[in-house]
Ligand binder design. Structure first.
Ligand SMILES: Cc1cc2nc3c(=O)[nH]c(=O)nc-3n(C[C@H](O)[C@H](O)[C@H](O)COP(=O)(O)O)c2cc1C
Length: 214
């Protein structure tokens, strides 16, 4: 691992050369990670908090990235779903070891549209779709056999039938207010650039870019 790391000179992250829009840089880093052969660069740790401010974190897969933010799909009745309904804010962090990078995104959260959730649900393999119907994510269950029985029951119930999206399953979009790009550099003098969203008149936004000490 160390050898692999020292092979590449970590690129510099320059404020003067960074794009005005953080989604451009995020997209660039994401693609570079894919090209470097990273397995599942879309896996990220996503933190929510209850309305009392108690945090919880778990890994999710970010399936969409665009100007409006990042989208992951889940069960709306899971722990994260319940926390997001009562406190619709999240923080998500990608750690990409290969190019020594970290991207942190924070913002408010909204449900993706029904069309967007349907479209993604329909693209999944049948067994994953059955799993979404069979599992009440984050609920306590007595044993593994219970889950397997539920799966078999669900399979029989939907035999020869179309498998549409369960009403309690779908996407959440994190609408970013802050991005932080962290680039590992020699002597622990890492680069950190923060983009903060500023609302402007006419529904427009611009981004303030600042450098932080590592
Ligand atoms: C690599 C990886 C990817 C995952 N992707 C998702 C995902 O996209 N959506 C999801 O609901 N859970 C995903 N999980 C499972 C979550 O980490 C978590 O166990 C589950 O969503 C329940 O979390 P909660 O009880 O906090 O709601 C993934 C787990 C791993 C290890």
């Amino acid at each position: 691992m160390n050898e692999e790391r020292t092979e590449r000179a970590a690129p510099e992250l320059r404020k003067s050369r960074s794009p005005g829009n953080p989604t451009v840089l995020f997209d660039e880093w994401f693609r570079e990670e894919e090209e470097a052969g990273t397995e599942a660069p879309e896996a990220a740790t996503m933190a929510t908090a209850s309305k009392e401010g108690v945090p919880s974190a778990r890994v999710v897969l970010v399936k969409r990235r665009d100007e409006r933010g990042v989208v992951f799909f889940t069960n709306y009745e899971s722990r994260k779903g319940r926390e997001l309904e009562e406190n619709p804010r999240a923080a998500i962090v990608f750690h990409w070891r290969r190019l020594e990078r970290q991207v942190r995104i924070e913002g408010s959260v909204v449900r993706a549209s029904a069309e967007e959730s349907d479209e993604y649900f329909d693209s999944r393999p049948r067994d994953s779709r059955l799993g979404a119907w069979a599992s009440k994510q984050s609920r306590r269950i007595s044993n593994r056999a219970f889950l397997e029985r539920k799966f078999e029951e669900t399979k029989r119930r939907f035999e020869g039938r179309e498998l549409t999206r369960p009403p309690y399953w779908g996407g959440y979009r994190i609408e970013p207010e802050r991005y932080e790009f962290w680039q590992g550099r020699p002597h622990r003098l890492h680069d950190r650039l923060v983009y903060t969203r500023r609302e402007e008149s006419g529904g427009k936004a611009s981004w303030l870019v600042e450098r932080l000490s590592p």
